[in-house]
Write a protein that binds this ligand. Structure first.
Ligand code: ZN
Ligand code: FE
Length: 240
């Protein structure tokens, strides 16, 4: 059983530390800021051996250099290797990476960026999805097409319903408000919006989410096709 620690950073990022007690291995996922990540590891007596980057954006990779200097290897998407100058291992669709005895599948899930990858740990029932899928939302289309993002979201949503999805930002409240606007008759969305409002008022995290929750309340996942998805994504980009 892996231990997973959220390290909040910047205004709304979650940088993830994953620790395998059996082997002592520790991985930092998307360490945008090295300071709180190294501090959180040190506080627990953990040494970070690997960094897994989902994509090149600075809020996900700016800590690579300092954590690498402290002894970690940097693994990230091959398609973005030139934009992740610290990279040691370039990952492609179907590659396997390991934390102790646990294996993660590398999935290419383009849309937010052209080479964005996700790490899927089937035995643990978890996936690190970066800025592809958010609780009740999805990443902006900076580099990819609506068709790519639609496919990436459908693929993640086809994981077992109890899979826990670790996304990289606390965007749930804004996403829930948009979802309630886009699908006003959906009771599950209305209920989750109310729950998220209470959680955020109490200062609680709303991540990770699960595949089951997203199938019920994520309007982007629930889009019937890439055209409907594109319309929703565009409307969210301008939603107050
Ligand atoms: Zn990003
Ligand atoms: Fe981000």
């Amino acid at each position: 059983m892996l231990e997973i620690v959220a390290v909040p950073a910047f205004s709304d990022n979650y940088l993830w530390l994953v620790h395998d007690p059996a082997s002592g291995a520790t991985i930092a996922i998307d360490p945008g800021d090295p300071v709180p990540v190294l501090a959180a590891a040190e506080r627990r007596g953990w040494t970070i051996d690997q960094i897994w980057n989902t994509h090149w954006h600075p809020d996900h990779s700016s800590g690579n250099e300092a954590i690498k200097r402290a002894g970690a290897m940097v693994l990230g998407p091959a398609a973005e290797a030139s934009r992740i100058p610290t990279i040691d291992v370039a990952l492609k669709e179907g590659d396997r990476v390991r934390i102790g005895a646990q294996e993660a599948e590398v999935w290419e899930v383009p849309g937010h960026t052209s080479g964005h990858i996700a790490f899927v740990l089937r035995d643990e029932g978890i996936a690190f999805v970066g800025d592809t899928l958010f609780a009740m939302g999805c990443g902006r289309l900076f580099e990819g097409t609506p068709e790519q993002m639609f496919e990436s979201l459908q693929r993640i949503a086809a994981l077992p319903a109890d899979t826990r999805l670790y996304c990289a930002h606390e965007y749930t409240l804004a996403n829930a408000r948009f979802a309630a606007h886009a699908d006003p008759s959906n009771i599950a969305i209305a209920n989750r919006l109310a729950a998220v409002e209470r959680a955020r008022e109490a200062g609680q995290m709303t991540v990770p989410t699960t595949v089951a929750k997203e199938l019920e309340t994520n309007v982007f996942v629930r889009s019937g096709d890439a055209v409907e998805f594109a319309r929703l994504r565009q409307s969210k980009d301008t939603f107050g």
